[in-house]
Design a binder for this molecule. Structure first.
Ligand code: ACM
Ligand code: ZN
Length: 737
C-alpha cells in the first residue's frame, strides 16, 4: 500500500497540484479541481449502469443521493448519465477522476474504494438538484489510514447511533473506525467462551459525576452498561464496509482491564475480586502476565478475529502500571524463566506472545506507543499518542505507524476557552490547530513511508451521549479529513468560510450536533478612562459580530460605584448565517480597568490580561475549567492595585478557589493594607480565609491597595498533590462604595 501513490501519479493526474487558494464545496478538498464553463442539466435524476456498481454500494449511494434530493437510478446499457470507466491497469488505489461536461458525468475508477470516493465527491458537488457546473477533478488521498476512534467503554452507544456516526465518517472519506471495545469501565463485546465478560464486565454500579479531579467525589448510583452481541458487531462491520470503512477492534491488554477482571478475578496478579470501575483514570489491577491469562486473551482474540475481517487488531498496550507485576510470584517466575531483566521487558514478552498468536491467524497487531517499551514486537504497528516521538522511533525501526498525538488528535479536549463549553477532560484543541496538523512533521524523508496516516480519538469519560460525541467530533473531524487527504490544504480562513457555507448546513440537515465555537471572537482588553474596552478580534475575516442585531467590533464596560453585572449575547455570523451565540457576563465595579502591580506574577498558564487581570470585569466561574481565574504557584501572593486618584470605597472582595483534585487549595491567610502615596501603607485588615471570599467592609480613602495572600508551603500528606506547592487561584479584586 505504501507504493500505491507512485503507480497512480502518471496515469491519473493531468497537472501538478493546483494552488489551493479557495476551498470549494467538496470536503475534504480534492487534490486537483478545475472548473470549466460547461453545464450539465439533469433535473434531479442521475443514472448509472447497474453492471458496474456493486448492489450494496448502489443501495447506499441511492440513499446518500436521496438525502441530497437526487434520484439515483440503475439502468442497463451505455446511455447512463454517469459514465463509469474502469481503469484496470491501476494497482490498488483510492484515487479517481471525475469530469462534468455538458453531456454528462464521467468517472474513471480502479476499484470499489475509488468508485465510492468519486460518488462521495459527486454528491457534495451537487449544490442544486437540477444542474451541475462543469468540472475536472483528479483526486487521491495523501494517506491510506484515515481514522476515527471511539471509546464505547466509558460510555456506551447503540448500534443505531454508531451507524449514524459512521455515515458521517464516510462522507469525509475516513476509512478506519477504531472501535475501543474494552476498558476498566465496561467490556462491550460478547465473547461466547467467556460469558461473564458481558454478564458481569459490561455493567458498572456507579459512574463518577463531574470532573475526575473534583473533590469531594460524587456518584451517579444508576447501574450503567451495555454490550454488542457478535451478531450486532458483524452487522456494523458490514454497514461500515459498504461505506468504505474498516473497523479495527481494540481489546485492551495488559492494562485497562478492570472490567474483565471483575468478571474473572483469577486473571489478575492478586486474584482479588473488584468491581467494574466507576471512575476514570489508570488502575493498578491489570492482567497478570501468567500463561493462563495470555491463553484467555488468545481465546478472546480468536473470537474477535472471526467477527472482524480487518487484518489489523488493536491490542491496547497503554498505561499499564507494573506495581502488581513487581510483587507477583507468577510474574516474577516468568521473568526469571525467560531471563527478563525488568517489567518493561515482561510487557514486551507479553505483547510478543500475543502478536505471535495473532500473526499465526494471519493478522497484524497495532498497539499504543507504550508497546515500544522493553522492545517492539517484530511485526507490530504503533499508534503514537504520547506525542509523535513514539511514532518516529517506530518508523526508524521500520514499523508502520498511525499518528494520534494528544496535542492534535485528542478530540476530548476543549475546543474553545469559553466557559459555556461542556465539561471536558482538559486540554485545548481548537479547530484551527487540528487543521494545522501535519502527520509527517519531524520525520526524515526515508521514514515518511512508514506513516500510514493519522486518527482522531474520541475518549468518552466526559461524552455521555452520542450528541456530546458529535459536538466534540464536529467540525474538528472535517479539519482532520482535510489533513489526511490533501497535502496542500486551502488557507484556514477559506476552509472556515467554506465549512460554514457548505458543510455545516449538511450536518444540520442530517441532525448531527456540532460546535461553532471556532467563530468566537477573541477579546482583547484595553483600559479606558471610564472602564475597560474589549476589541472583538475576528478568527477569520468573513465573520461579523452582532449584539441586539447591531454589528459590533468592540464592547465597552463602564466603571461603576456599585457592583453591576452586564450580559452580552454576541452573535457570530457568516454572510446572513448566524452560527454562534456566545454569552459574556462582565462585572463592573469601582476598580474596573485600574492596573495591578504583581510582586508575584500569575503562572504563565493562568495569566490573563496582564496587569488588568484582576480588574478586567471577568469574574471566574465555578466549577473551574482551566480558564478565567488567575493562578499562582507560590505560597505567597502579593499585588498592589493603583486606583490612580484618591478614591473612597467601602468594600473589597476577592474570590478564591478550592479544587484539591487539581492541587488548587484555598489560601490560609490574607492581609490588606492601603496607602495614599504608594510609600506608607496602613493596615486595613488581616485574618484567616475561611470561605470562598476574602471580604472587607470598611470605609476607606486611598489610592493604593496592597493585598497579600498566604497559602501553605506544601500540600500536607494525605491530600492530593502532597509534598508539592499548592496552587492559589483568585478571580478579581472587586471594589465598591
Ligand atoms: C491513551 O490515551 N491512553 C491511549
Ligand atoms: Zn502476575
Amino acid at each position: 500500500m505504501i507504493f500505491m501513490k507512485i503507480a497512480l501519479i502518471g496515469l491519473l493526474f493531468f497537472v501538478t497540484t493546483q494552488l489551493s487558494a479557495q476551498h470549494g464545496v467538496v470536503f475534504p478538498q480534492p487534490v486537483n479541481l478545475e472548473e470549466t464553463s460547461d453545464k450539465f442539466v439533469f433535473n434531479g435524476l442521475l443514472t448509472v449502469d447497474r453492471q458496474q456498481v456493486p448492489a450494496e454500494l448502489f443501495s447506499y449511494l441511492q440513499e446518500l443521493f436521496g438525502r441530497n434530493f437526487i434520484h439515483l437510478e440503475a439502468v442497463s446499457g451505455k446511455d447512463a448519465s454517469i459514465r463509469l470507466q474502469p481503469i484496470q491497469t491501476l494497482v490498488y488505489t483510492e484515487g479517481y477522476q471525475l469530469n462534468v461536461t455538458g453531456s454528462g458525468i464521467e468517472i474513471l475508477y480502479s476499484n470499489t474504494e475509488s468508485l465510492r470516493n468519486a460518488f462521495q465527491t459527486l454528491n457534495q458537488l451537487i449544490q442544486n438538484p437540477k444542474e451541475l457546473s462543469g468540472v475536472r477533478i483528479a483526486d487521491q488521498p495523501a494517506f491510506s489510514y484515515r481514522g476515527v476512534h471511539l471509546d464505547c467503554s466509558r460510555h456506551f452507544f447503540t448500534i443505531a447511533e454508531l451507524k449514524k456516526f459512521i455515515d458521517q465518517m464516510a462522507k469525509l472519506k475516513f476509512n478506519r473506525f477504531h472501535w475501543h471495545l474494552t476498558d476498566d469501565q465496561g467490556w462491550r463485546i460478547e465473547i461466547k467462551k467467556y460469558p461473564k465478560l458481558t454478564e458481569v464486565g459490561a455493567w458498572r454500579d456507579s459512574t463518577l459525576i463531574g470532573h475526575f479531579s473534583k473533590q469531594p467525589v460524587e456518584w451517579d448510583r444508576t447501574r450503567y452498561g451495555g454490550f454488542y452481541t457478535q451478531q450486532q458487531a458483524k452487522e456494523l462491520v458490514t454497514y461500515a464496509g459498504i461505506r468504505g470503512i474498516e473497523i479495527i477492534p481494540e481489546i485492551e491488554m495488559p492494562g485497562h482491564a478492570r472490567a474483565a477482571l471483575a468478571a474473572y478475578p483469577e486473571l489478575s496478579c492478586t486474584e482479588k475480586p473488584l468491581p467494574v470501575a466507576g471512575t476514570w483514570g489508570v488502575f493498578d489491577d491489570v492482567f497478570c502476565s501468567q500463561e493462563k491469562t495470555r491463553s484467555f486473551l488468545k481465546d478472546v482474540l480468536d473470537e474477535v478475529i472471526d467477527i472482524f475481517p480487518s487484518s489489523v487488531i488493536h491490542i491496547g498496550g497503554d498505561e499499564c502500571p507494573k506495581v502488581n507485576w513487581e510483587k507477583c510470584p507468577k510474574c516474577k517466575g516468568i521473568m526469571s524463566e525467560n531471563h527478563l531483566s525488568n517489567t518493561h521487558e515482561l510487557q514486551s514478552f507479553f505483547i510478543r506472545d500475543i502478536e505471535k498468536h495473532v500473526n499465526s491467524k494471519g493478522g497484524t497487531i497495532i498497539g499504543w506507543d507504550e508497546i515500544l517499551e522493553g522492545g517492539l514486537a517484530p511485526n507490530a504497528q504503533v499508534m503514537s499518542w504520547q506525542g509523535v516521538e513514539g511514532g518516529i522511533a517506530a518508523a526508524k525501526q521500520h514499523h508502520e505507524v498511525v499518528m494520534t498525538p494528544t496535542s492534535y488528535c485528542y478530540f476530548d479536549y476543549y475546543q474553545s476557552g469559553h466557559p459555556s463549553e461542556p465539561l471536558a477532560i482538559g486540554g485545548y484543541l481548537p479547530l484551527e490547530k487540528v487543521y494545522q496538523f501535519d502527520p509527517l512533521k519531524g520525520l526524515e524523508d526515508e521514514y515518511k513511508r512508514y506513516i500510514l496516516g493519522a486518527q482522531a480519538n474520541l475518549w468518552t469519560e466526559y461524552l455521555p451521549t452520542i450528541q456530546s460525541v458529535e459536538y466534540s467530533a464536529f467540525p474538528r473531524l472535517v479539519a482532520m479529513a482535510e489533513v489526511l487527504w490533501n497535502r496542500s490544504q486551502a488557507a484556514y480562513p477559506d476552509f472556515v468560510e467554506a465549512l460554514s457555507n457548505y458543510y455545516l448546513p449538511g450536518l444540520r440537515n442530517d441532525g448531527v450536533r456540532f460546535s461553532t465555537s471556532f467563530l468566537d471572537p477573541k477579546l482583547e482588553i484595553q483600559a479606558s478612562t471610564s472602564g475597560v474596552g474589549y476589541q472583538l478580534i475576528k478568527p477569520v475575516n468573513e465573520v461579523t459580530f452582532s449584539v441586539n442585531n447591531e454589528i459590533v467590533t468592540e464592547i465597552n464596560i463602564p466603571r461603576t460605584e456599585q457592583v453591576q453585572e452586564t450580559r452580552y449575547l454576541i452573535h457570530s455570523n457568516i454572510g446572513d448565517q448566524e452560527l454562534r451565540i456566545c454569552d459574556y457576563t462582565f462585572t463592573s465595579h469601582l476598580a474596573l480597568g485600574k492596573k495591578v502591580q504583581f510582586d508575584t506574577p500569575p503562572h504563565e498558564k493562568y495569566n490573563h490580561n496582564g496587569n488588568l487581570g484582576l480588574t478586567d470585569g471577568v469574574v471566574g466561574k465555578k466549577p473551574w475549567k482551566g480558564n478565567e481565574w488567575l493562578g499562582f504557584n507560590n505560597d505567597t501572593i502579593r499585588f498592589t492595585l493603583d486606583l490612580e486618584t484618591l478614591t473612597t470605597f467601602g468594600s473589597i472582595r476577592i474570590e478564591t478557589l478550592n479544587d484539591p483534585g487539581s492541587w488548587i487549595y484555598r489560601p490560609e491567610r490574607y492581609e490588606i493594607t492601603y496607602s495614599t502615596n504608594g510609600k506608607k501603607f496602613k493596615k486595613a485588615a488581616k485574618g484567616k480565609v475561611s470561605g470562598d471570599f476574602i471580604t472587607l467592609r470598611k470605609k476607606m480613602k486611598a489610592r493604593y491597595i496592597r493585598v497579600s495572600i498566604y497559602n501553605k508551603e506544601v500540600i500536607p500528606a494525605g491530600q492530593t498533590g502532597a509534598g508539592f506547592t499548592p496552587w492559589t487561584f483568585i478571580n478579581e479584586i472587586i471594589l465598591s462604595k
